[in-house]
Design a protein around this ligand. Structure first.
Ligand SMILES: *Cc1c(COP(=O)(O)O)cnc(C)c1O
Length: 401
């Protein structure tokens, strides 16, 4: 049987007829209705110990746009949003929609999140031109948020955390990722994330005033009844979307435990790969990210093709990384990124989904091991090896300038 990279399994609305009927009878379909209000309360209790506040949004990309706009206000043109290049296009797009220029920095070799040294180099080099930091909690990894609280205190620069994949990441004290952080933390509930509903997002902050402002912004900037007092757009989640969220909470413990087990199985079964640093506590996982052996990274295309021939679908999140993507390369600014270039060149995303079996993990691991042996024996630059990698993005940029 074909093994997909992800097999989205949002809660089954077809099994929630009673809930749907009562939603219809309420005749409220959006605008922070009763289902949405319950869902937000449950999320705050379940993930953030009931402290601070959270609100839903229609997706995390719009959530990032709102949160960045709220953080920077009506800023002068030509300012930067500092973010790692090893992330999803949504973060850079959100900054651009807010009139900021994404400024990409390098990542840490172990956890693949923004490298604090690279960030501080950028902060000293560009100083007050940096309007906001947008770190990414890479693949659900619990990056150190106290570090960002300090940056805000020292440099006066606000921080918006892209935590798209992090619903379900808990520290040793059972606090969900983001708990207690007073900047905005933005989560996704997209069908491919582990907290899957289809489309949806959640913004958390320890500061309830921030959430109140964001809520008004998400409803056309109406700070007074039907009167815009601040920037706004429509970022509201529908009541049906919120119902999906409530149904997801009900079975999420089982899902997150299952996915962690499968990931541990992968780590044991594939010692030849380098995995992301192991987090303290429990990390949510969207799919399985690992680095191929350095000498085989040039053969990644061939490896993936061999696996596809064995009915195993893989991905390469995030390769190309942002600075390697034409639109961002044209508009954005970047520092040196040797680690990002390497991690991105070696990364492979392996299958993970709620209903995956341990047998299927073995099948992926055994096939991958076979394929690595086959590819290792093939002459380089021939046959399936033909997909050669372009020069690293930063090198290209440096040569062009
Ligand atoms: C999925 C993802 C997003 C966007 O989430 P949506 O809810 O699909 O808009 C943003 N950033 C990262 C890192 C993601 O993985």
């Amino acid at each position: 049987m074909r093994i997909p990279l992800t097999r989205p399994a949002p809660p089954r609305l077809s099994l929630a007829i009673a809930e749907l009927q009562s939603l219809e009878e309420s005749a409220i379909f959006s605008n922070f209705g009763p289902v949405n209000t319950r869902f937000e309360q449950e999320m705050l209790a379940r993930f953030f110990g009931g402290q601070g506040a959270c609100m839903t949004v229609c997706n995390a990309t719009i959530g990032l746009m709102l949160a960045i706009k709220e953080a920077v206000g009506d800023t002068a043109p030509g300012r930067f949003a500092l973010m790692p290049s090893f992330t999803f296009a949504a973060a850079a797009h959100a900054a651009l929609w807010c009139g900021l220029t994404p400024l990409f920095c390098d990542i840490d070799a172990q956890n693949w999140a923004a490298d604090p040294m690279a960030e501080s180099a950028m902060l000293s080099r560009y100083a007050e031109k940096i309007a906001v930091l947008v770190p990414y909690a890479t693949f659900g990894y619990p990056i150190d948020l106290t570090h960002y609280t300090k940056i805000t205190a020292q440099h006066g620069v606000p921080v918006v955390v892209d935590a798209a994949a992090s619903l379900g990441t808990f520290d040793m004290r059972q606090h969900g990722f983001g708990s207690g952080f007073s900047g905005a933390v933005v989560f996704s509930m997209h069908a491919t994330k582990s907290f899957a509903t289809g489309e949806g997002g959640l913004i958390y902050s320890a500061n309830p005033d921030r959430i109140a402002r964001l809520r008004a912004m998400s409803n056309f900037g109406f700070g007074e009844p039907r009167t815009a007092t601040m920037p706004g757009l429509n970022a509201k989640l529908s009541e049906v979307g919120a119902l999906l969220g409530r149904l997801r909470i009900a079975d999420y413990d089982r899902i997150i435990a299952r996915r962690s087990e499968l990931l541990d199985h992968y780590r044991d079964a594939l010692p030849e790969l380098d995995f992301q640093a192991r987090a303290q506590g429990r990390q949510a996982h969207q799919f399985v990210s690992a680095l191929l052996p350095p000498d085989l990274s040039m053969s990644r295309g061939a490896i993936r093709e061999h696996l596809a021939n064995r009915a195993i679908v893989t991905g390469t999140y995030f390769s190309p990384h942002l600075l390697e993507q034409p639109y961002f390369k044209r508009l954005c600014v970047a520092g040196p990124m040797p680690v990002c270039d390497q991690v991105s060149a070696r990364i492979i995303s392996l299958p993970l989904f709620d209903m995956m079996t341990h047998l299927e993990v073995d099948q992926v691991a055994n096939s991958l091991r076979d394929v690595l042996t086959i590819v290792d024996r093939e002459p380089r630059g021939r046959g399936l090896h033909s997909t050669q990698r372009a020069q690293p993005a930063y090198e290209a940029l440096r040569r062009a300038s």
